[in-house]
Design a protein around this ligand. Structure first.
Ligand code: FAD
Ligand code: DLZ
Ligand code: SF4
Length: 518
């Protein structure tokens, strides 16, 4: 009885649930490069190269492991361009008795998988994705009946469940969370660890040529592609992270520095999200570094929290809230995202740094995403659906299950406070505290009005004033509202006029821009 096993581009794990009990002799693994997936948003071109090259390398690894792999390439003249079209062709080629597939990572694709049984008249076994620690049912059970879905409570349950950093039923160091220790600004440091660079091999070079020819209108540079595209190379990067960056990961988690793209971050999210690395394995190894006295608890706890806390929690929220979560817009924001999000061409130095590195590499670290590009988009009142589309396009690790709740929920407060108890907005002062950006900027971070004033300042106060009806009663914003109320009427009027003039300038410059021709 032959089994067809379609494997999607973010399911590149040898332990995938659809493969677990399959007999190699009776199975055909189907992998499909399809136009629908490469164009449902205009993915950054390095993201396309990463995914397609990792898929091709994974097919080779499966073959070497004894699987029969039927691999459909994007430039196959008979390629129908969709998962369903390619499964239909594969059913005709192989005449399987059944299909076994691991559930998809997003609503759009899951709906396709669920239609196959009726469409093909074959049994289709859609299996849970066991690479995540919490199943959909686990998350539902945790969330059910709770008024407060704060991540911290979920995280503590995950610590208890996994036993990570637990000692006799208590958290290691007698505290669940060392976040307060993890907000140090960084200095330029010649000894800063660097992630490994993996120059393109022949397979990747072929994919780069394909992407250059087929996706000239997608944003992002193709130059200098150096992501790992195999599990073995991703593992090499993980080893570098544990040995050289994890010890200071915590201290500098929120820091930003001009010209420094990586700081002490792991740069492992693309590999985790497409399946080249396993999340629980990474957390156990981080814990082992702590137990061996090679990494401090604030770093290891911070790292583990990002993965068994934030990562799992975001996925839980995505599936719990349903396919129309994407339409939420609690603050009624409708401004188009400025065209410079696709070019990096702005004189705000913090934005130029975050956008420049994003367009060059398809990666930015968390605080750049949250407190520079996300903060600015929220302050100007950008449409959260448009902001979501940009993040989904532009980051190499972006799949909807993780990107949407981070962007629409955490960063843009589009869900009205489900994920974030208050909007992540700040004036220039926060960026100045956590980075050296302001020292290199043409604007003065200390000024609120005038031609040299940092735009974040007036925008911040204007945001609070504009949304007083909705946010005025938020206890976490009581202090800034008190500060605003102490300002003289003239100062308030001048601040709001400064913000209005800045936003009028943005509107005049045009919105959601086409990326520049390559
Ligand atoms: P590190 O700083 O080394 O963190 C370790 C790991 O923790 C990461 O590899 C990642 O797997 C996990 N992690 C950390 N924070 C989060 C989080 N908030 N949600 C989920 N996982 C987390 N992450 C994505 O993987 N894909 C996205 O599309 C994505 N979009 C984002 C959009 C916005 C607006 C924001 C604010 C954050 C987003 N994040 C996303 C979370 C975070 O920015 C990235 O996971 C992180 O920058 C990846 O780099 P790293 O591997 O060096 O992470
Ligand atoms: C993101 C992506 C891209 C760009 N291309 C492909 C592809 O050609 N074939 C494929 O199987 N998967 C691709 N992916 C990843 C899928 O979009 C991903 O598996 C879905 O988002 C389901 O979660
Ligand atoms: Fe950004 Fe303002 Fe600092 Fe310039 S002064 S880098 S615009 S926060």
């Amino acid at each position: 009885m032959k089994t067809l096993i379609p494997i999607l581009g973010d399911q590149l794990s040898p332990t995938l649930s659809s493969l677990r009990d399959a007999a190699r002799a009776d199975s055909v693994v189907l992998m499909m490069e399809v136009a629908d997936e490469t164009t449902y948003v205009r993915h950054h071109r390095k993201k396309l190269v990463y995914i397609l090259s990792a898929m091709r390398h994974h097919a080779e690894a499966l073959r070497a492991d004894g699987w029969q792999v039927d691999y459909v390439r994007l430039d196959d003249p008979d390629n129908t361009g969709s998962f369903t079209g390619e499964v239909a062709r594969a059913v005709a080629r192989h005449d399987p008795a059944r299909i076994v597939v691991t559930e998809a990572g997003e609503w759009r694709v899951q709906a396709m998988l669920e239609a196959w049984e009726t469409l093909f008249g074959l049994p289709v076994d859609v299996r849970p994705d066991t690479r995540f620690l919490a199943t959909h049912a686990d998350f539902e059970q945790w969330a059910e009946g709770r008024a407060d879905l704060t991540m911290e409570w979920f995280y503590r349950d995950m610590r208890r469940r996994t036993g990570l950093l637990m000692e006799g039923g208590k958290p290691a160091g007698d505290r669940w969370n060392f976040d307060k220790e993890n907000r140090k600004p960084a200095q330029a440091d010649l000894l800063m660890p660097r992630p490994l660079a993996f120059p393109p091999d022949a397979i990747t070079a072929e994919v780069i040529a394909l992407v250059a020819a087929r996706f000239p209108d997608h944003p992002g540079s193709l130059d200098g592609f150096d992501y790992a595209v195999t599990a073995a190379d991703a593992e090499r990067q993980a080893a570098i992270f544990f040995a050289h960056a994890l010890p200071q990961f915590g201290d500098y988690e929120d820091a930003m520095l001009t010209g420094e793209r990586f700081l002490w971050h792991s740069i492992l999210s693309p590999y985790l999200n497409s399946g080249l690395l396993d999340p629980l394995d990474l957390c156990r190894r981080a814990e082992a570094e702590y137990r061996a006295g090679r990494a401090p608890l604030n770093s290891v706890e911070g790292y583990v929290r990002q993965i068994i806390g934030w990562r799992e929690y975001m996925r839980g929220i995505y599936w719990r809230e349903g396919p129309d979560y994407v339409d939420r817009n609690a603050l009624d924001h409708h401004r188009p995202l400025p065209a410079f999000y696709w070019t990096g061409d702005t004189d705000l130095h913090c934005l130029r740094e975050a956008l420049g590195q994003t367009l060059a590499t398809a990666h930015a670290h968390h605080i750049q995403r949250l407190m520079v590009t996300g903060n600015f988009a929220l302050l100007i009142g950008a449409d959260p659906a448009e902001v979501h589309r940009w993040y989904l396009e532009i980051y190499v690790d972006a799949y909807e299950w993780v990107e949407l709740p981070n962007t629409l929920g955490m960063s843009q407060w589009g869900d009205g406070g489900l994920i974030a108890t208050k909007p992540y907005v700040s004036s220039g002062a926060y960026i100045d505290r956590m980075s050296d950006y302001c020292r290199h900027c043409r604007y003065d971070v200390k000024q609120r009005v005038g031609p040299d004033a940092c735009p974040f300042n007036a925008l911040y106060w204007d945001f609070l004033a504009r949304h007083r009806d909705r946010l005025g009663q938020n206890r976490r914003l009581a202090m800034p509202y008190r500060t605003w109320d102490k300002q003289s009427p003239t100062a308030q009027t001048d601040t709001r006029a400064q913000a209005a003039a800045f936003m009028a300038g943005l509107d005049a410059a045009g919105g959601y821009g086409d990326p520049p021709p390559s």
